[in-house]
Design a protein around this ligand. Structure first.
Ligand SMILES: [Zn+2]
Length: 122
């Protein structure tokens, strides 16, 4: 998988996770229909823009897989806390909403971890 494809997928996964989080917690005071997937509350929109910015500017996209396994923390402390909450909430739910994408993501993740371990012991 090439770097730009990986970058696009990471951004996509991030957006979806934040959307699930926002909707699930009824930040907008109601349950959005799936068509409103992008109708984020202002806070979540800010978080998503921030996350997508990090993904777009990530210098390690080539060697790492995804931000969730990256040893370099490019998120500010504040944003990291928020994105952690999102991951905790949306991680398990992703499998339900976007099973194929999640399994694909998990598989790539697994490959990267395996590679990283090998490098460490080389
Ligand atoms: Zn929200």
């Amino acid at each position: 998988m090439d770097t730009e494809k990986k970058r696009a997928l990471e951004g996509d996964v991030m957006s979806k996770m934040i959307a699930i989080y926002c909707r699930g917690n009824k930040h907008r005071g109601r349950t959005c229909t799936p068509q409103d997937a992008d109708a984020l509350c202002p806070d979540c929109r800010r978080l998503r823009d921030y996350a997508l910015d990090r993904v777009a500017g990530c210098p390690r996209m080539e060697i790492k897989t995804f931000c969730s396994v990256c040893p370099v923390h490019c998120y500010s402390r504040d944003m990291r806390e928020q994105i952690r909450a999102v991951m905790r909430y949306s991680g398990p739910r992703m499998l339900l909403h976007h099973p194929f994408m999640t399994i694909h993501h998990m598989w790539l993740d697994h490959q990267a971890r395996k590679r990283a371990r090998k490098e460490m012991h080389a």
